[in-house]
Design a protein around this ligand. Structure first.
Ligand code: MBD
Ligand code: FE
Length: 311
């Protein structure tokens, strides 16, 4: 088939009707976006001559995606979440906001409600024979370079199987295992005592991996640790660090790696005194620099549906 119908009055009227553009009721912004996305889809169907079989495969794929609860995972894997970061970075450059720790994607596996502790928190609640002890510590600073007391650093990461508590398919982890929050001390410092994570892989039978397979892409991330950093009068930072040396560091299926987010991993001893499971442990120092509010507001605060649980 090689027909072109997109530009016809009939199709243009259909698009307007579907988005209810001729009515002044409904949500104007949703109508605008629905009309544009539907138009872009119709245009693509015409241009690429997408067949009915392909359309129904796509529609049924969306059903599986929802059944699997993987829409946000797919958004990460298709670079949509990274694209939002690229746009926010560009917005910051335009506003001449610089010097902050680079942002990178939140991902779909955050759980709200981790206990907040002062200065330091041991967040490995469950034994994990295959993971060695890890200390992550550093200082939170403001745009002026001065330490920020009372900032809240929240972190979450996977265990030695690449699984996150609350989303662990084996059901093996306690709530909030490897998730925690620390309020910085007067000198701006924070510390997490935890275990070394391993990279995440998409559920092999899930909708996300299904599409990645057809694209001949893998669905794996290098080992990483997520952070939110919040302080009064400054913008919330969403970022991650990668574990140096992971072979997938520059081959992340979610495109979250950035040059400044790969701190050195240093071998240390004295873990016993810190309550770690071995005396030998790894340490990562990672310092955060937050950026100022814009006209008194966090202009890039992201609202999205987040899992919440009681600690
Ligand atoms: C993760 O751990 C993650 O951080 C992202 C972005 C996607 C899937 C799993
Ligand atoms: Fe993650």
């Amino acid at each position: 088939m090689n027909v072109k119908v997109f530009a016809t009055q009939e199709v243009q009227d259909l698009l307007k009707a579907a988005a209810n553009l001729d009515s002044d009721k409904g949500d104007a912004r949703t109508k605008q976006i629905a009309h544009r996305l539907l138009s872009d889809l119709f245009k693509a169907i015409d241009d690429l001559d997408i067949t009915p079989d392909e359309i129904w495969a796509g529609v049924n794929y969306l059903n599986k995606l929802g059944q699997d609860g993987e829409a946000a995972l797919l958004a990460a894997g298709l670079g949509l979440e990274k694209y939002l970061d690229i746009r926010m970075d560009a917005e910051d450059r335009q506003a001449e906001i610089d010097g902050g720790t680079p942002r990178t994607i939140e991902g779909p596996l955050y759980v709200e409600g981790a206990p907040v502790r002062d200065g330091a928190s041991k967040i490995d609640l469950d034994a994990d024979a295959d993971a060695g002890p890890l200390v992550i510590r550093g200082t939170v600073r403001g745009p002026d370079g001065k330490p920020v007391a009372g900032a809240v650093v929240e972190c979450w990461h996977a265990n030695s199987k690449g699984f996150y508590s609350h989303f662990d398919p084996t059901g093996a982890q306690s709530p909030f295992n490897l998730r925690g929050a620390v309020r910085t001390q007067d000198d701006g410092t924070y510390e997490f005592r935890t275990l070394m994570p391993v990279g995440y892989g998409c559920p092999p039978q899930g909708a996300t991996q299904q599409l990645l397979n057809v694209l001949a892409r893998h669905g794996n991330r290098p080992a990483h640790v997520h952070f939110f950093v919040k302080a009064d009068g400054l913008r919330k930072l969403t970022t991650q660090i990668n574990i140096e040396g992971d072979p997938l560091i520059w081959d992340d299926f979610a495109y979250a790696t950035r040059e400044d987010l790969i701190p050195p991993v240093v071998g240390k001893s004295g873990g016993a005194a810190l309550g770690l499971k071995d005396d030998a442990y790894k340490e990562i120092e990672f310092n955060f620099t937050l950026t100022p509010l814009v006209e008194g507001k966090d202009n890039q605060l992201v609202n999205r549906l987040r899992t919440a649980a009681a600690a």
